[in-house]
Design a protein around this ligand. Structure first.
Ligand code: NAG
Ligand code: NAG
Ligand code: NAG
Length: 401
């Protein structure tokens, strides 16, 4: 082991909540240490230091060791491509998990290049005419005047929430179908990027399959063009001649609640080199000149789930669509909301909260990243009110011009 030069940065850190999976890697960091200054502490108080195993791509796999903090105990480990760890959620209401942590720095060593994962597959629309819209959507939204109004607002703000979006009876059917025990859910990782469940499409009841077809339908591509002014179909009017081209990127909405901006929900590795990743660039170029495409999935969210901003995240111009089910009475305090931030900054641009039968549309630019806030143990109170619920669901789709 090489000579350690100095203790560069150490600070008092009160962990109020949770510090999600990361590897601590940053130029020159060689040894990480933590000195615990906690009162008598039990595993049930949470706040354990969890260590992950890694796969062949140096990605975290599963927790293989959990260390319970104790007073005047020093923990240290080598910072390496496999040093993934997290501080699990602190569950104790009274106790404070105080620690001093920092790193010993040394000469940088060569790290393996970060693994770039394949993005969700994108596909062009599937042919369905406008009847499918009349089947699903609240007729208010098919009225031409309201579409014009929505477009006007969207072009100004780059985001819009369409409440009571589906017909009531259709929405009920969706919610019931989502409870089906036949649906196969699988966990999506790796933990330094995300943790939630996604549905196996083949296992879905018919009504959910049909709704996914609706989200991929030609008619919806056209309707979204009308809502947003984006050209998601060759028949949609091109806005190249319009002067409203600038200012549509999601740099507008600054009305978000500031209390969430302080939450440090980044994998804090290499935050300085977000642009140097080969492949991230390539995926931005993907099909940028061709047919409009979409990609998406049905997700299930429950206690402990999240997604993280990470440095191999491709950022590009795209329209995000989120449609929520089963979240009546959901409190943003539980987490589970989607937060948009400017790349390289903590400033929050916009927060989208889970809301019943509500369609959220957000147009983002290359400087915008998003994450879903960690769902904390307070969400368990929600489950008491809705005993048959294990969380909520969303349909998360992205549309590319
Ligand atoms: C979109 O708007 C055009 C008029 O600008 C209209 O003819 C068309 O029916 C609308 N499409 C949908 C799906 O509502
Ligand atoms: C572009 O999309 C088409 C599907 O429309 C796909 O076959 C093709 O591989 C995509 N090209 C790239 C570069 O991803
Ligand atoms: C919960 O599920 C049980 C059986 O699956 C059902 O009988 C009951 O009505 C449900 N409760 C609510 C509040 O939906």
């Amino acid at each position: 082991m090489c000579v350690l030069k100095r203790c560069y940065c150490s600070k008092m850190r009160v962990i109020a909540d949770v510090l999600l999976c990361h590897d601590d890697e940053l130029e020159g960091r060689r040894i990480a240490f933590i000195l615990y200054l906690v009162p008598p502490w039990e595993k049930s108080d949470g706040g354990t230091l969890d260590l992950y195993s890694t796969d062949e791509h140096f990605q975290p796999q599963q927790i293989i060791k959990s260390l319970v903090p104790s007073w005047n105990t020093l923990v240290f480990f080598e910072v390496s491509p496999v040093s993934f760890h997290q501080v699990s959620e602190v569950l104790s209401k009274e106790k404070c998990r105080l620690s001093v942590s920092g790193w010993f720095h040394g000469p940088s060593i060569v790290r393996p290049t970060r693994h770039i994962e394949a993005p969700l597959p994108r596909s062009p629309h599937i042919p369905y005419d406008h009847e499918i819209l009349y089947e699903w959507i609240n007729l208010v939204y098919l009225d031409m005047d309201s579409q014009a109004q929505i477009q006007e607002e969207f072009e100004e703000r780059s985001e819009i929430l369409l409440k009571n979006f589906l017909k009531k009876e259709k929405y009920q059917l969706l919610c019931e179908a989502l409870e089906s025990k036949d649906i196969q859910w699988s966990s999506r990782g790796p933990a330094n990027k995300r943790l939630y469940e996604t549905a196996e499409e083949d296992s879905l009841p018919d009504v959910l399959k049909k709704f996914l077809q609706f989200l991929r339908s030609e008619a919806l591509f056209l309707l979204l063009s009308n809502f947003t002014g984006l050209k998601l179909h060759f028949l949609a009017p091109s806005d190249e001649d319009e002067d409203a081209e600038e200012g549509r990127a999601a740099d507008t909405a600054r009305h978000s609640s500031p209390k969430q901006a302080e939450t440090e929900q980044h994998a804090d590795s290499n935050p300085h080199q977000p642009d140097n990743i080969p492949g991230a660039q390539d995926s931005e170029m993907q099909n940028s000149s061709g047919t409009p495409l979409c990609a998406g999935e049905l997700r299930r969210w429950t206690h402990g789930h999240y997604t993280l901003v990470h440095d191999t995240q491709a950022t590009e111009f795209a329209l995000d669509l989120l449609f929520y089910c089963g979240c009546e009475g959901w409190d943003p305090e539980y987490g589970g909301f989607t937060s948009y931030i400017a790349k390289g900054e903590d400033e929050e641009l916009l927060t989208v909260n889970p809301e019943e039968n509500c369609l959220a549309l957000v147009y983002r630019d290359k400087e915008t990243m998003k994450f879903v806030k960690y769902i904390n143990h307070r969400s368990l109170a929600h489950l008491k009110k809705h005993p048959n619920r294990t969380g909520f669901w969303d349909f998360s789709f992205v549309y590319y011009e």
